[in-house]
Ligand binder design. Structure first.
Ligand SMILES: *Cc1c(COP(=O)(O)O)cnc(C)c1O
Length: 400
């Protein structure tokens, strides 16, 4: 007798070295949480850490905590915690502000480094909208023209007019993984800078920022890094660009001597010059605590499990869901897949609403995409099987 999908899930879960990490998260047994690519789950130890931050560091130490509790240096300290997850040596990542704000800093800074005799900025035509909106405004300020371009066509579109390209590493809608090493090399060959948005890849797969010579990068921390709602984003400035990094938001936190309070601006050395104003310490320290779950975790193991999970989910969908009811828009090839499965589906809003009612939490990207994000630290194979099974039940109960 051949193995059922439920049996196969149990076998894969039993062999999964990362399965033990699930208990580090606040998750209920009745819910299959497949929306960690939008808001990561809460690491279970974070509330106690935040209680200490609020009652002792803020409540008792008050102003002393900027120094004694390490608040002032949190942006660069936490940047160094994120660095190994995205393949960066220390001293190149600073945490703070939203991804949107960091896109602005990165695009303007890259245009200032490399834009004097280059008048175009290539922007991923499939980008998450905020990157495109911000790049458009940045380009107006620096006197560049935006050229929207599918990442697949970028290597051909780049020219000696291109100052930089801004690309999403993983497409938020389809889950397509772009070729970061190849595209970065193609941009460099034409003298352009590569600015990558890692929102949907950091914490889900190896990025290799240093190894692939990325120039600048941004990303958020509330998706696969589980930093909490609105947790601060980060900015990577490769060491070789730090001296020339000229921030369009040179706030006092990025000053070489902030407490000199001088009228003239002088940028701090290193990635610290990507800071702006006073950091949002509560969110930042929640993120710092959340990153503890990564201790001892190899991103290569995360990637292997992520691919196994999305493979298995898609296999169960093919087995359970009548042909034609859903179409995967996520690439089959491992080299082109992030950590989500996206299914286009008739009546998708009603289908997702019903899935959530039945305890399978994914999300919807209008008009017709059901998104299922797989966070390898806390999602297992039984979750994948159940999600596919409940999807088939929902589709059977709802008219096509
Ligand atoms: C999630 C996401 C953002 C979010 O930006 P915020 O400023 O945090 O709202 C930006 N870009 C991409 C590619 C994303 O996936």
């Amino acid at each position: 007798m051949s193995e059922s999908y439920e049996e196969k899930a149990a076998r894969l879960d039993a062999a999964d070295e990362l399965a033990k990490y699930r208990e580090k998260f606040a998750l209920d047994a009745g819910t299959v949480y497949l929306d960690g690519n939008s808001l990561g789950a809460l690491p279970a130890h974070v509330p106690a850490r935040m209680a200490d931050v609020i009652t002792r560091e803020w409540g008792e130490l008050r102003i002393r905590s900027w120094d004694e509790s390490g608040w002032w240096t949190a942006p660069e300290r936490i940047g160094d915690r994120i660095a190994p997850i995205v393949g960066a040596a220390p001293g190149q990542i600073v945490v703070g502000d939203s991804t949107s704000v960091n896109v602005f800093k990165a695009v303007v800074a890259a245009a200032r480094i490399n834009g004097d005799d280059r008048d175009e900025i290539l922007v991923d035509a499939t980008t998450f909208p905020t990157d495109g909106y911000i790049a458009q405004s940045a380009a107006r300020m620096t006197g560049h023209e935006i050229v929207a371009c599918d990442p697949a066509d970028m290597a051909d579109a780049v020219s000696d007019r291109t100052a930089l390209a801004l690309v999403n590493h993983v497409d938020y809608r389809t889950g397509r993984l772009q070729d970061l090493p190849g595209l970065t090399a193609a941009l460099h060959a034409a003298g352009a800078l590569a600015v990558w948005d890692l929102c949907h890849s950091a914490g889900a797969l190896p990025v290799g920022l240093d190894a692939h010579g990325v120039d600048l990068a941004v990303g958020c921390t509330y998706k696969y890094l589980n930093g909490g709602p609105g947790s601060p984003a980060y900015l990577y400035v490769a060491e070789r660009h730090q001296a020339a990094f000229d921030s369009p938001l040179p706030g006092w936190n990025s000053h070489a001597d902030p407490f000199a309070m001088t009228p003239g601006y002088e940028a701090a050395a290193g990635a610290v010059r990507g800071r702006v104003g006073t950091p949002d310490i509560l969110s930042m320290l929640a993120l710092e605590a959340a990153l503890d779950v990564w201790d001892g975790v190899a991103i290569e193991d995360i990637r292997a499990k992520s691919l196994a999970l999305t493979d298995f989910f898609l296999e169960c969908v093919r087995a359970y869901v009548p042909a034609g009811r859903v179409v995967s828009v996520t690439p089959d090839a491992h080299g082109e897949r992030g950590s989500q499965a996206a299914l286009s589906c008739e009546n998708a809003p009603a289908v997702m609403a019903e899935l959530i009612k039945r305890g399978v939490v994914g999300d919807l990207r209008r008009p017709d995409v059901l998104r299922f994000g797989f966070t390898p630290l806390y999602v297992g194979f039984a979750d994948a099987e159940k999600a596919a099974r409940v999807l088939a039940e929902v589709l059977a109960d709802l008219p096509a």
